[in-house]
Design a protein around this ligand. Structure first.
Ligand code: FES
Length: 102
């Protein structure tokens, strides 16, 4: 319902389960229906990116985009652009570490 509901735990779990990238789509700043959810998300994404650097994951694998529900063209472009970018980065190194430990 709100990007503020996307816990860092969800993001880390996605990578742990084999995701090569995570895209969080949020309302534009100042337009969150729950007031400040997207501001919280922006701060969490910064913290997660710092953590990624520490654990050796390219922080470009996590993207936050501000997209209004009326911006379907932008949503389409962002999805395609992110998908292509993640493909160019290749599989997540975390995926290989998890597979090796199983
Ligand atoms: S409703 Fe909170 S970011 Fe969209």
């Amino acid at each position: 319902m709100c990007s503020g509901r996307v816990s860092p735990h969800f993001v880390l779990k996605a990578f742990q389960k084999g995701a090569d990238g995570v895209l969080i789509a949020a309302c534009h700043l100042g337009e969150c229906h729950y007031s400040k959810g997207n501001f919280m998300t922006a701060k969490r994404v910064e913290v997660l990116r710092d953590m990624f650097k520490f654990i050796g994951i390219n922080d470009e694998r996590l993207r936050l985009e501000y997209i209004a529900t009326s911006e379907s063209d932008k949503l389409y472009r962002v999805f395609n652009n992110f998908t292509e970018h993640i493909k160019s980065l290749g599989p997540s190194p975390l995926k290989r570490k998890v597979a090796a430990s199983e």
